[in-house]
Each structure stands twice: as C-alpha cells, then as structure tokens.
Design a protein around this ligand. Structure first.
Ligand code: ACO
Length: 333
C-alpha cells in the first residue's frame, strides 16, 4: 500500500482572557487606530498567570482527539512546535506526553517560530510515509504574553502577539483519491536571524543570563518590522506557488489558503499576488493577533468547524517568519 498522511482531526484552544487594543492603550502610548491600520488586529487572548503553553496545547489536543475519534492511547508520537516553551529545556513535547497521560511515546520539538507548524507537518508526514508511525499528534502552540513588554518601549512588538494553541491528529491513509497531504516546500535564510529574535538569554552570551539583560530590555523580542514585511510579501507567495507547481495545481483550484496570521497587510499582499478573492484566504488576526506557531492550526481548526473547509478540498498552508524561514504545505483535507 502507498503510505500517505491525512488529517484525521483538528482542535484549538485560546485562553478566555480577551485583551483589546483599548486595554493596551491604558498600558502604553498606542492607539486602536494605529494597531488596526498597521496590523488589522482588534484583540488578542492572554493566558492567566498559572497557565502554561503545555496546558493550552493539552486543551487543543483533547479537541483534536475528539474530532479524530481517537483516544490518547492512539497517539504514537508527538511533534510540538513552539518558540515559547515552558522550560529552556527539555521541550514541551515531553511535558505534553506526561500531561496527557500518554504511554512512553516519542516526542520531538520543532524550533521554527512562525513556520513551526508547517515544518512539523512535513516531519510528521515523512515519519508516517516511511512507516515509522501510523498516528502522530502535531501541535503548534504559544504562550507569548509573558515575554511582551507592555510599555511604550515595547509597543512595536507588544501589540502584535497573542497566546493560543492548535493541534492536528495525523494518520496513515492509502488512498491517493481521498484526503491526504500532497507535499511541502521549506526555506530559510539565517542572514536575517537577528532581524526578528530574542537574543538573550542564550549560550552565545557570557554570561548567558544576567540581571542587566532583564533591566535593559535585551531579553525581550526584537523585530525589524520593515525588513520582515519586505521579505514576507515576496517569500509568502513564492513558496505557495512553488508547492502548487510541484503538484500541477493553480491558485484558483484552491478552496482555501491558510496563511500564518502575521499581519493583515501581509495577508492582503499575498492574496492580491495570487489573485484570489477574500473568501479564499483565511484571516482571524483581528481576534487573536499573531500566535506564531499556533496561528495556522488555530485557523485551520476554526475553518473546518465553520464548514469553510470540507473533506476533499484543496488547502494550502503557508508561513513566513523568524529565521528567516518560510514554508508551505499543500493538502487535500
Ligand atoms: N503604537 C503607536 N505607535 C507605534 C507603535 C504602536 N504600537 N509601534 C511603533 N509606533 C511608532 C514608531 O515609534 C514610529 O514612530 P516615529 O515615526 O515617530 O519614529 C511609527 O509608529 C512608525 O513605525 P514603523 O515601525 O515605521 O511602522 P510601520 O508602518 O513599519 O509598521 C509594523 C510597523 C506593523 C510592525 C510593520 O513594520 C509590519 O507590519 N511589519 C511586519 C512585521 C510583522 O508582521 N511581524 C509579525 C511577526 S513576524 C511574523 O509573524 C512574520
């Protein structure tokens, strides 16, 4: 039998606390108008102080397991993408294995920031195709609010990011005619690694952590927004067109493009470049902000629950982000 991968079920979770642009106006010199005009964001969700990234991932995973009709015992391997792990090490994969009470299944962590879910999907797809596993739980989750500087000094990034988690249950399938993942394209250019990063703490520093790093704000998120924007609007459509060309698909054949929710203006630029109507490019950044590795699975899970994506539909997932990395996956849902 040809071994292919299908998405058996999707789930997502965002913490209940909603933080609006008006709430941020109380904390820093910003405005609802500035944030909406530059990013499209109206509100985002921030986790409570006692919630971890693994907690949110576990909630999303339970929803995905329900959707797939799996029990926890069905999970044979975990792939967990996040840039906001609970601990510096070990990664969240093992924490999720323990929290969900799974058997001693393997767990792998992906550090690819905004492209984490697509890179993770390609890794899981490869493991399934090779016959290593039949059923894999893939997570994209972020708890970013504790790293945001909610002050005027941190406003350039603090207004953009939110918390949330998405999960996909992936299983082996034999049918080329039914639902399956078609393929992936992945790129990186580390020349731009420091244009969007958290530089400290890190083992390149001596000492690797110090009180000064916290006091001077250098342990916070740094982003050269204009540089990110410039690359995102060209790399996003390029990688989408690459993966479509690999499989002889044209943009008009897609039921939906689910881009990483980085910024409404980036999504709009991608949509125009591909000449697609608004209804064919998913957008929920208005409600969640940028949830990095969480954004694609949250959007995908929402789109399936809303009936926007149906079984058999051609869907393209695409992302650009820190690294820089950019990637796309094409699948028949
Ligand atoms: N509220 C009010 N004013 C602000 C804020 C804020 N939150 N943040 C910055 N400003 C000010 C700046 O200080 C600057 O003031 P000045 O002109 O007096 O110096 C002014 O607004 C313009 O700042 P710019 O950085 O030039 O604003 P720009 O129009 O480039 O928009 C933005 C900034 C939204 C970050 C834009 O560069 C962008 O969309 N970049 C893409 C980056 C992105 O989407 N990142 C998401 C994470 S990465 C990813 O997921 C792909």
């Amino acid at each position: 039998m040809t071994r292919l991968t299908r998405i058996a079920g999707l789930g997502h979770y965002v913490p209940p606390r909603v933080v609006t642009n008006h709430d941020l106006e109380q904390l820093m010199d910003t405005s609802d108008a500035w944030i909406q005009e530059r990013s499209g964001i109206q509100e985002r969700h921030f986790a409570a102080d006692d919630t971890t990234c693994t907690d949110m991932a576990a909630e999303a995973a339970r929803h995905a397991l329900d959707a797939a009709g799996w029990t926890p015992d069905d999970v044979q391997f975990i792939v967990f993408a996040t840039l906001s792990p609970d601990l510096f090490f070990p990664g969240n994969g093992v924490l999720l294995q323990h929290q969900l009470g799974l058997g001693e299944v393997g767990a792998m962590d992906i550090r690819n920031q905004c492209t984490g879910f697509v890179y993770g999907l390609s890794a899981a797809d490869g493991l399934i195709r090779m016959g290593t596993y039949d059923r894999i739980l893939l997570i994209g989750a972020e708890l970013q609010s504790p790293a945001l500087r909610l002050t005027t000094e941190g406003r350039d990034t603090a207004v953009l990011f939110g918390d949330g988690a998405g999960a996909a249950c992936l299983e082996v399938t034999g049918g080329r005619d039914g639902s399956h993942v078609l393929g992936h394209r992945m790129h990186s250019n580390g020349k731009y690694a420091l244009e969007l990063c958290i530089r400290r703490p890190g083992a390149a520093n001596r000492p690797w952590i110090s009180k000064e790093m916290i006091d001077d704000g250098s342990s916070g998120i740094y982003m050269n927004g204009r540089e990110v924007f410039k690359h995102a609007v060209t790399k996003f459509p390029a990688v989408i067109l690459e993966v479509l060309a690999d499989h002889g698909v044209t943009p008009d054949q897609l039921a939906l493009v689910i881009p990483h929710q980085a910024n409404m203006r980036i999504t709009e630029a991608v949509r125009k470049r591909l000449d697609l109507p608004e209804a064919k490019v998913y957008s929920n950044i208005q409600r969640y902000g940028n949830t990095t590795a969480g954004s694609i699975p949250i959007a995908f899970s929402e789109a399936v629950r809303a009936g926007t994506v149906k079984r058999g539909d051609l869907v393209c997932l695409a992302s650009f982000g820190s690294g820089f990395t950019w990637a796309a996956s094409l699948l028949r849902y």
